[in-house]
Each structure stands twice: as structure tokens, then as C-alpha cells.
Ligand binder design. Structure first.
Ligand code: AMP
Ligand code: MG
Length: 355
């Protein structure tokens, strides 16, 4: 049993010339150097950071998240030179991707360097690396002087944290610091691409779209996997249950009018049975579903960026309203719709109605 930890919140606004900002970065980076845990904002979601070159510090991440030690963690860098510190046999395609998408929401899986602890990758011979674009993440990594291992700052299987409040909800008393720098902008995790196989493979769709990747690597493969049972070595992080609220989620896929009609009928039936029903919907859906359930408006139907930014906050909000059931629908299969489908599919644990 681990000792209770006093979690300290460090409010930050990115102001490089401000001494209180610099002081917060100093405190947080010293904590990283001391092997402690610091949650920090990135452009995708909040990360739960630790020194990526310390096996003990990495081990603490798994304990704080209650994450099985079979699910590997991404290492974050703030200078391209740090890539060689983490990985070996780096293919030239990695530099093409870095050129196109770094700093940004792309993670590359490469052959792990000798000095990188094996527990960052659950013993696999690989390491996942990302260069985030968020200036606070950037400053924290630079001041720490080491790459920072950071999974999403949420309890295992819960929706990722996109605000400091979400981090506190899951990790209060389990980590030393939270750099509280407001809401994240993308709201979905990075796209993960494996460059260690002969054919590059997208393991997780995310902030950089599959179409954008294909423009740089036309032969990249994306075949989604929704593994019901954990099979970590073949598919780390592909577990079906992930990003899940406490409420059960039913996900609808199909033509919009048919989908809304089915959601409406189900909501009525469930409410008649005494259930509280949450609706994860768009502004345009509102009219058809008016007057029933607890709605959370993600944004405008075609504004997938806003919908992505609000998705996890919406799942957590509906949980906070103690709904029994959440009804949601797909957002198409292009652009960010691919990553949204991946997250909703896992939040629903495969509980999908195709119309
Ligand atoms: P999170 O940091 O919570 O967004 O989750 C990290 C995810 O990155 C994992 O669940 C995997 O999908 C992926 N990942 C990290 N490291 C590796 C690796 N060495 N090999 C394959 N996938 C990885
Ligand atoms: Mg995660």
C-alpha cells in the first residue's frame, strides 16, 4: 500500500517572461528530476509525467494510474536530438514524419535505445516517442533535462483528462504535482504509428488524421483492432474497454435521421423503465431529441475539431450527472471522425447498433 501523497496544484498560464510561470516550471522540473510524478498539459490531453530514463519513476506511473504493467507509455521530447537518446536504428521515414508533424500529435514506435528502461514499453524492444507542441509541456521537458514518460493523466480505462479538474478527479493523492494550464486544445490522444515492422502501421488514430499520414507515407496500414481481452504483446493499448465512463454507452452508426430516431426510441423506453439517460450529441441533433434525457452538446455537426475537444469532458460530465446510460453516434469515417469512432467504440465496449 502506497503512502498518501499531498497533490499540489501549480496554476500556470504560458508567460515565458513572468517569474511566477518560471517558478512553477522550476518546481515541476525539480520534481521530475527527483523521480516524482507531475501531470502537465499537452495539446492532446493531460499527461502524467515522470523521468523517462528512470525505471523507478516509470514504475510509479503504473501505480498512480492503476494501469496494468502490460500497457506501454509514450516518452515525450522537446528537441529532435533527444530522439537518438531514446531510440536506435531510426529509419529515415521517421525523420520525414517528424518534419511533417512534429511538434504535434504524432507518436512513433521505434526500436528502444539501450539506456531506456524496459518498463516504459512493458519489456517490448520498442519505445514510443512524441514531440508535443504545447509550450508548457515543452518548457517542462527542457527544464527537466530528460525526456518525460507520460501516459494520459487518468485512471486506467477512464476517459482521458482534458482539464486539470479531470486530473484531480482521478489522481488526487496519487501524484505530487499538477501543472494546471487550462483545457487542452485537441482533446484526443496522439496518433500512434509503428515504424518497427516492414510496413508502417497506424496503431491508434488520433490528433493527426489517417489521411494526413497517408500523404507522407502512402503505404501505411490502418486496420483497427478492438481486442476484447488484453493481448499486450501483439497489440499494446488496443483493449476494447478504454476511455470508459461509469455509465453504459450505446453507440449508433448510420444515416443521421435513422440514428436520431433510434436514439429517441431507446431513450423513451429506458426513461419509462426509470433509467436516467445521457445524450452525447451535436447542436443539430438537439431539435430531434428535445425534452428527453440529459444532453451534452459536443459542438456543431461538421465541426469535428470542437467535437473532439469536448468528447472526454462530455463523457465525464454525463457521469457526474449520474446517468445510467449514454447514447452517442458516429461522426463519419473521414478526418477526425476515424479517431472519434475509435474512442467511442472503446467507450461503448463494442456495444454498437448499426443502422
Ligand atoms: P496513453 O499514453 O495513455 O495515450 O497510451 C499510450 C498508448 O501508446 C498505449 O496504450 C499504446 O497504444 C501506445 N504505445 C506506447 N508505447 C508503445 C510501444 N512501445 N509499442 C506500441 N504501442 C505503444
Ligand atoms: Mg490513456
Amino acid at each position: 500500500v502506497s503512502q498518501p501523497i499531498q497533490t499540489q496544484i501549480l496554476p500556470v498560464v504560458y508567460q515565458p517572461d513572468d517569474s511566477s510561470y518560471q517558478q512553477a516550471i522550476q518546481i515541476a522540473s525539480k520534481a521530475i528530476q527527483a523521480g516524482q510524478l507531475v501531470a502537465f498539459p499537452t495539446e492532446t490531453v493531460y499527461g502524467l509525467g515522470a523521468n523517462a530514463l528512470s525505471a523507478e519513476a516509470i514504475a510509479r506511473i503504473y501505480i498512480a494510474k492503476q494501469r496494468p504493467t502490460s500497457d506501454p507509455v509514450i516518452a515525450h521530447i522537446a528537441h529532435i536530438d533527444q530522439l537518438q537518446q531514446l531510440a536506435t536504428n531510426i529509419p529515415s521515414i521517421a525523420y520525414d514524419l517528424a518534419e511533417a508533424f512534429w511538434a504535434g500529435a504524432l507518436t512513433m514506435v521505434l526500436k528502444r535505445g539501450e539506456n531506456v528502461p524496459a518498463n516504459i514499453a512493458t519489456g517490448l524492444e520498442t519505445v514510443a516517442v512524441r514531440f508535443p507542441s504545447h509550450p508548457i509541456a515543452h518548457d517542462l521537458i527542457k527544464a527537466s533535462g530528460v525526456p518525460i514518460a507520460a501516459p494520459s493523466a487518468n485512471t486506467f480505462t477512464r476517459p482521458s483528462a482534458t482539464t486539470p479538474e479531470h486530473v484531480l478527479e482521478d489522481l488526487d493523492g496519487r501524484i505530487e504535482f499538477i501543472l494546471a494550464g487550462g483545457s487542452t486544445t485537441i482533446g484526443l490522444e496522439s496518433t500512434v504509428i509503428d515504424l518497427t515492422a516492414s510496413r508502417p502501421r497506424i496503431l491508434r488514430p488520433g490528433g493527426i488524421t489517417v489521411d494526413e499520414i497517408l500523404r507522407v507515407i502512402p503505404d501505411a496500414d490502418y486496420s483497427p483492432q478492438f481486442t476484447a481481452k488484453e493481448t499486450p504483446t501483439s497489440a499494446p493499448g488496443q483493449m476494447l474497454k478504454h476511455y470508459s465512463p461509469r455509465a453504459q454507452v450505446i453507440l449508433y452508426h448510420g444515416e443521421r435521421n435513422a440514428t436520431l430516431e433510434a436514439m429517441y426510441q431507446t431513450a423513451l423506453e429506458q426513461i419509462a423503465q426509470g433509467k436516467t439517460v445521457g445524450l452525447l450529441i451535436t447542436q443539430e441533433d438537439q431539435a430531434r431529441l428535445a425534452g428527453i434525457g440529459v444532453p451534452y452538446l459536443l459542438g456543431g455537426q461538421t465541426d469535428l475539431e470542437t467535437i473532439s475537444r469536448n468528447l472526454f469532458a462530455g463523457l465525464r460530465y454525463l457521469d457526474s450527472q449520474n446517468v445510467d446510460l449514454i447514447l452517442a453516434h458516429d461522426f463519419g469515417d473521414s478526418g477526425l471522425g476515424v479517431a472519434l469512432w475509435d474512442r467511442l467504440h472503446r467507450a461503448a465496449e463494442g456495444n454498437i447498433i448499426y443502422l
